[in-house]
Design a binder for this molecule. Structure first.
Ligand code: HEC
Ligand code: HEC
Length: 306
């Protein structure tokens, strides 16, 4: 350490004296220390220019350094945004570039580009779409259709059986998810003296009740007003969302809840005929990406046993 000496060869002091003999040496700062000090000043100036630093008003200097990450635009296309450096943007970028995020992006790309038939043939992509679909189903659909898609009779259709109001083509399911559904059977005006035979006839289509002779022909005759939607044999019409009445699967009339009680079953059918059915599923098109809707359709279709 160098010391400044005066003419008498003594170490120079600042000239202050305390307590009669206590003096302060006037040694210069060590060179290495001074340089380190200058470096910190230069560093801080560079830092102020690059990063958020000084507050002013209700804002702050943002710095010229930026972070880039991708977001999904309104049109579903990915675009890159550039923001001034901040930890949230940094976190977003790191999440997107992590190995698992990149792997996921690759899979999502496959689901987006492959046809449904190709996905069905590719076990790994199918597996990925199913697990993402399952996840999205929990977020958006389970509230009505139930966690396992079992639905609630009269309110929400069971998606886990293989009976479909509108059919189970992937395209249809995607369309319903995106655009929602207005389920509607208008109340039917059936004469009081015919409705019991009609209800029994409908139940006989699936073996839920027996009907024969004149009663059967009266019931069949009355069914003519239903055939326009449900088909002459009651097998349903997917284009109209009119269910198959001959498959012993019930989504609205709680026939299974009646056990073996035929009168109770008849009442359930009469109730539907007299009141009709109005129920609605909201549209999800603006809440889901195209790929999410595809993955949901894959999940929902496989859930139904396909
Ligand atoms: C607010 C309740 C509600 C939510 C949430 C809901 N649905 Fe529905 N969904 C319904 C109703 C009600 C119907 C029956 C419409 C009808 O009567 O035609 C239906 C019908 C369907 C159908 C047609 C079933 C068939 O048999 O053809 C599919 C497929 C479906 N929903 C899938 C979904 C998916 C996937 C989601 C999540 C994105 C979802 N739903 C969310 C209420 C809901
Ligand atoms: C205008 C078309 C239309 C006509 C006419 C019509 N239905 Fe329907 N029916 C529907 C539709 C659509 C549904 C399903 C509604 C839904 O799930 O939202 C339905 C549902 C039902 C169901 C409930 C099935 C279940 O799974 O629980 C019964 C029962 C039924 N119809 C019986 C009849 C009978 C009997 C007649 C004649 C008296 C009739 N319908 C006439 C369209 C029609």
């Amino acid at each position: 350490m160098s010391q400044t000496e005066n003419k008498q060869g003594q170490v120079e002091t600042t000239g202050h004296v305390w307590d009669g003999d206590l003096r302060e040496y006037n040694n210069p700062l060590p060179r290495w220390w001074l340089w380190a000090f200058y470096v910190t000043i230069v560093f801080s100036v560079v830092y102020w220019i690059l990063y958020p630093a000084w507050p002013y008003g209700d804002s702050y200097t943002k710095g010229i350094n930026t972070v880039e990450y991708t977001v999904e635009g309104e049109d579903g296309e990915e675009k890159t945004v550039s923001e001034h450096w901040n930890t949230r943007a940094l976190f977003t970028r790191d999440m997107q570039s992590s190995p698992s995020a990149l792997a996921q992006e690759e899979w999502v790309g496959k689901v987006k580009d492959m046809s449904f038939e190709e996905i069905e043939q590719d076990p790994d992509t199918l597996q990925f779409a199913m697990s993402m679909g399952n996840y999205t189903f929990g977020d958006y659909c389970a509230a009505c259709h139930g966690a396992g898609g079992q639905g609630k009779i009269g309110l929400f259709p069971n998606l886990a059986d293989n009976a479909w109001l509108y059919g189970n083509s992937y395209e249809t399911i995607v369309d319903k998810i995106n655009n929602g559904i207005q389920g509607n059977m208008p109340a039917q005006n059936v004469a009081e003296d015919k409705i019991d035979d009609l209800a029994k006839y409908v139940l006989s289509l699936s073996g839920e009740a027996e009907i024969s002779g004149e009663a059967a022909s009266r019931g069949k005759q009355a069914f003519a007003s239903c055939a326009g939607c449900h088909g002459a044999e009651g097998k349903g019409n997917e284009a109209m969302g009119a269910p198959n009445l001959a498959d012993a699967i019930w989504g609205v009339a709680d026939v299974p809840g009646c056990g073996d009680d035929v009168a109770c079953k008849v009442d359930e059918i009469k109730h539907v005929v007299n009141n009709g059915i109005q129920r609605e599923m909201p549209a999800f098109g603006d809440r889901l990406t195209e790929t999410q809707a595809r993955m949901l359709a894959i999940y929902v279709r496989q859930m139904g046993g396909n």
